[in-house]
Each structure stands twice: as structure tokens, then as C-alpha cells.
Design a protein around this ligand. Structure first.
Ligand code: P6P
Length: 345
């Protein structure tokens, strides 16, 4: 960033008080990287616009029967698409038009979506357009999860293999949470920052600068309905969480919303561990590596936490397919370390 002597008109952002919008924050971050081309800004603007549109639809989903939206017929008797399909179309449309993306991996698309006319573009976006959409009907928080990668080889046409990159190659990872407030939490590898949507301005404003997850916590988050299938180490860890021990603040509290973004976001702010282990129904866990686990892993590591599959660091898993699932142990470092140690015990 230019200092005041070179650019007297520009206050040092660190001392300025008041509102910092997402656009200003990204511009400042971009100024820190001499070679920055503005590509990131254009991709983030596309994601931001998509999120504002999905946020608007999510907020009125409860009126679906009256408005005839989302999976029912509207007043003209036209078949309406479900909200997660609408979200997928919204993000694909905006990301395709931003001029920087060559391919999109989406939970709603069986194959990689190749952006028409985007074969020379440099970036790949993986996205879960509306995670937890089954919770819309009960008004629980849901969200959009995304990661941004750079193509490794620009000398040839991109192929599916170019999309299958380890999480360590993510350039950015983030999520929009449509909850009691609408937020964006993201990292580009320089810490984690949270922005809250000011509805009156329709601007995401910096509200949670330099987020850090507590090194330890008192919340465990797992679907105990699957406990009959839990691997032994998981059962041992959950039993350990429930034991009475004043010195280690146990028993811990059990919290499970059934929406990854909501459970993760709470633990990020308060400390805790979220576990989706292998089960009979989902022997590799339920959550997807490319647009759920890697994204949250990058964020949690940048916030000082940890993300493991139980046998390795999530971000080092070498993907073999677009919608690959992996077990997920993620959250406060000391809690994940303890859980993984019990798995291996
Ligand atoms: P279960 C939502 O459907 C989701 O993909 C995640 O957001 C959430 O963490 C998980 O599934 C919940 O799965 O099997 O506990 O209902």
C-alpha cells in the first residue's frame, strides 16, 4: 500500500474509523500485491452479486406457497425451480460473465461447467450454491460455500484434471451465511475476515476483522443419530466429551444444526469441533472435498484451527473425482488433535 508521503490524499486505512466495504477491503488487499490484475475483484464481485440475489430469495422462501416459487407453480401455473437450482444458475451466470473463470465445479452439476468463451480464462471456482437447503423450510441458517483455484497449465485447453487440485492450492476460500444476518467470511491466505450485509446499503461491511478460532473449545457438533455406525475412536471421543471433569470444562455442550455452514460458523467464533465421520450410509463421510471440506479447511487453518480427515490433513488429500466425499474433523486445534489421537488409539 502507498504510504501517506507518496499519496497525501490517501489516509492510512489502519487509522481510519468507520465503514469498510468489501469492495474497499479487496482493493486495499489488491494494492498489497504488485502483480494483482483485478481478476480477484471481478470474481468476488460476481460472487457478491450472486449472494445478494440468493439472499433475497432465501428471505422470501417462506412465502413460496403464496408466491408460487421454488418447486411449486407460480400464479401463471409455471413450474418453479427449487431454490438450490436457482442459486446454482445465479452463481454460474455471474461467474461466467465476470470474464475471469474458465470452469465451475458445482454440487448441482454432475460434470465441470465449462464457461462458454472462457477457455483462455485463468481461474476455476468450486461452489456449493446453497448448502443445507433442506433447512430452508424450518428457517435454519444455510449458505453458499466457494473456493477459487488458478489453472496450473495455460498452454493447453483446460480439462477436468485441472479442476482436481489439492486444497493447498486454493487462492481463496469463503462462505456466505444466510442467517439472522447475512455474512461473508473468507480468506486469501492472509488471515480470515468477516463482512456483514448492511441491508439498507446492500453493502457487505467489515465486521469481524482477523477472525481467530479459540485453540480449545467446549462444543462438539456431530449427528449422534449415526452413533451405531461411528468408528470406535469417534465413539470414544464423543464419550470423552460427555464425561464430567471440571479441570477440562467437561462435559462439553452438544450443538448440531444440520447445516455445515451454521455449525462451522458458530465453532469458528466460539471454539468447538464439528465431525462428520464415516457411517454405514456414507462410508467416506457425507461432505464433499472440493466445495465443502477444502473450503472450510483453508478458512479454519488461516484462523488458527485444524481440519483432518482422521488420517490426513484435509487440504493435502489428492482429489480423484469432482464430488468426492471425505470424513471431516474440523475446528479448534486442540479438540481436533484429541479426536484424531483417539481415532488412532
Ligand atoms: P446429516 C446439509 O444437507 C449437509 O450437506 C451439511 O450442510 C450438513 O452438515 C450435513 O449435510 C448434515 O447431514 O446426515 O447430519 O443430516
Amino acid at each position: 500500500m502507498q504510504n501517506n508521503s507518496e499519496n497525501p490524499g490517501r489516509e492510512n486505512k489502519k487509522t481510519m474509523k468507520g465503514l469498510v466495504t468489501l469492495e474497499q477491503f479487496i482493493a486495499d488487499q489488491q494494492a498489497l500485491h504488485a502483480g494483482a490484475t483485478g481478476a480477484f475483484s471481478r470474481i468476488f464481485r460476481a460472487l457478491e452479486l450472486g449472494a445478494k440475489m440468493v439472499n433475497r430469495d432465501v428471505r422470501k422462501a417462506g412465502l413460496a406457497d403464496i408466491l408460487g416459487d421454488f418447486g411449486s407453480t407460480n400464479v401463471q401455473g409455471e413450474e418453479q425451480k427449487k431454490l438450490d437450482v436457482i442459486a446454482d444458475e445465479t452463481f454460474i451466470n455471474h461467474l461466467s460473465r465476470c470474464g475471469e473463470v474458465c470452469a465451475i465445479i458445482s454440487e448441482e452439476q454432475d460434470e465441470a461447467y465449462w464457461v462458454p468463451g472462457g477457455e483462455n480464462n485463468e481461474y476455476i471456482v468450486s461452489i456449493d450454491p446453497l448448502d443445507g437447503s433442506s433447512n430452508i423450510d424450518v428457517n435454519a441458517s444455510i449458505g453458499t460455500i466457494f473456493s477459487i483455484y488458478r489453472r496450473k497449465d495455460m498452454s493447453r485447453r483446460a480439462e477436468t484434471a485441472d479442476c482436481l487440485q489439492q486444497g493447498i492450492y486454493q487462492l481463496a476460500a469463503g462462505y456466505f451465511i444466510y442467517g439472522s444476518s447475512t455474512m461473508l467470511v473468507y480468506t486469501t491466505g492472509n488471515g480470515v475476515n468477516g463482512f456483514t450485509l448492511d441491508d439498507s446499503l446492500q453493502e457487505f461491511c467489515l465486521s469481524h476483522g482477523n477472525l481467530r478460532i479459540p485453540e480449545n473449545g467446549k462444543i462438539f457438533s456431530i449427528n449422534e443419530g449415526n452413533s451405531a455406525d461411528f468408528p470406535g475412536g469417534v465413539s470414544r471421543y464423543i464419550s470423552w466429551c460427555k464425561e464430567k471433569d471440571k479441570e477440562t470444562n467437561r462435559p462439553y455442550g452438544a450443538r448440531y444444526i444440520g447445516s455445515l455452514i451454521a455449525d462451522f460458523h458458530r465453532n469458528l467464533l466460539k471454539g468447538g469441533i464439528f465431525i462428520y465421520p464415516p457411517t454405514a450410509k456414507t462410508p467416506n463421510g457425507k461432505l464433499r472435498l472440493m466445495y465443502e471440506c477444502n473450503t472450510m479447511a483453508f478458512i479454519v487453518e488461516q484462523a488458527g484451527g485444524m481440519a483432518s480427515t482422521g488420517t490426513q490433513r484435509v487440504m493435502e488429500v489428492i482429489p480423484s473425482e469432482l464430488h468426492q466425499r471425505v470424513p471431516l474433523f474440523i475446528g479448534s486445534k486442540k479438540m481436533v488433535e484429541m479426536a484424531v489421537a483417539m481415532l488412532q488409539g
